[in-house]
Design a protein around this ligand. Structure first.
Ligand code: HEM
Length: 332
């Protein structure tokens, strides 16, 4: 870098043009361009490791036991949460766009965002074998007891994705879905109390809430209700009804994939890992979160469907069927 103040510089007109623009930018805020140029002069060059906070990222893998495969378990959960974060980022962009445009979004914008979320979930589904096949069952059985009562059940981002994708009546317990189909924003707190997963995590004998659920509610209930209120008009299902001229075949296709990715393919890939590590004849191993996981996890029992209007009667009735036996237990 030259330190001679008298050195001649022949600036490219494009550079001078940019300097002019910068001067205007800073003047508009009452700021002095020259001070900002000083900042540039002394600032360090960026490095890859600072840009992505690599040291922090790689310091977050802290197993609770010395059993080697616990690292695989922890890191894959973290990878999943990062993908969930990307999905939520897209949902937030859709909601933000709607807030700025009288509650509506351009169809092309909506389509691209939904496709992005699909890509994230497809990456997660296809990589789930890292869990299913990638740990020694004997090691898993040891370290899992040190993680009690923590469970992926407590993934708040997973619950947030559901709230952003559809209206709350679609994610209450399936017996209540019709009853709440036309709910209004003032009913949100009531529906929040009946979300399907609250009824999933109760002790088998007493029906009391599991500790896993109690911990989760204490930490996240308020935040989730706030999100549900904010997303009432701007979840994907609501936004798709406000598209000019109705949803195109491409948007319908992308939304159907979103339904399959989030509500069938990922849950099945995940269920496979529960079967691999917890399925034992004649008595299955208890889940750390305490659910009756064989009845709770399979999509054909939960029948979570974000966009029922996009599926035929038969498709709705057969949701998730035919897959479980073939994909998970290897039986046709
Ligand atoms: C060996 C690997 C895994 C096993 C054996 C397993 C097992 C289970 C079981 C038994 C449940 C039911 C709740 C309970 O009682 O604990 C559950 C729920 C859940 N797990 Fe996993 N899991 C595994 C990996 C993962 C991973 C990598 C994630 C990623 C974040 C994850 C996220 C979830 C979520 C979101 C739920 C709630 C699902 C729902 O409510 O339908 N799990 N898991």
């Amino acid at each position: 870098m030259s330190t001679d103040p008298h050195k001649e510089h022949n600036f490219d007109p494009a550079i001078l043009e940019k300097l002019g623009q910068l001067q205007e930018k800073y003047a508009a805020m009452g700021q002095d361009l020259s001070s900002y140029l000083d900042g540039l002069l002394y600032a360090d060059y960026r490095t890859y490791w600072d840009l992505i906070h690599l040291d922090t990222l790689l310091s977050l893998q802290r197993p609770q036991t010395p059993i080697p495969d616990e690292v695989v378990f922890i890191v894959y959960h973290q990878i999943t949460e990062l993908y969930f974060k990307l999905a939520l980022h897209e949902f937030e962009r859709m909601a933000q766009a709607a807030r700025e445009q009288n509650g509506k979004v351009e169809e092309a914008f909506l389509l691209e965002r939904v496709r992005r979320v699909n890509r994230y979930f497809e990456a997660l589904t296809t990589s789930f074998d890292i869990m299913v096949d990638g740990m020694e069952p004997a090691e898993f059985m040891k370290f899992r007891m040190s993680l009690l009562p923590a469970s992926g059940f407590q993934s708040a981002q997973y619950r947030m994705i559901e709230i952003c994708a559809t209206s709350l009546d679609r994610i209450v317990h399936h017996n209540l879905r019709d009853q709440y189909a036309n709910h209004s924003v003032s009913d949100v707190p009531e529906l929040m109390a009946h979300l399907y997963w609250r009824e999933g995590a109760v002790e088998l004998k007493s029906g009391a809430k599991t500790l896993t659920l109690k911990q989760f509610e204490a930490k996240y209930d308020e935040e989730l209700t706030k999100l549900a209120l904010g997303m009432f008009h701007s979840n994907v299902r609501a936004l798709s009804t406000k598209v000019e001229g109705g949803a195109s075949p491409e948007l319908v296709e992308a939304m159907r994939w979103l339904d399959i990715n989030v509500n069938v393919n990922w849950p099945l890939a995940h269920y496979k890992s529960a079967v691999r590590y917890l399925h034992k004849d004649p008595v299955d191993i208890a889940a750390t979160g305490g659910t009756n996981w064989q009845k709770y996890l399979p999509p054909r029992f939960q029948k979570r469907i974000f966009f029922p209007e996009l599926w035929s009667k038969t498709e709705l009735e057969e949701w998730g069927k035919g897959w479980v036996e073939k994909e998970v237990f290897g039986r046709g």
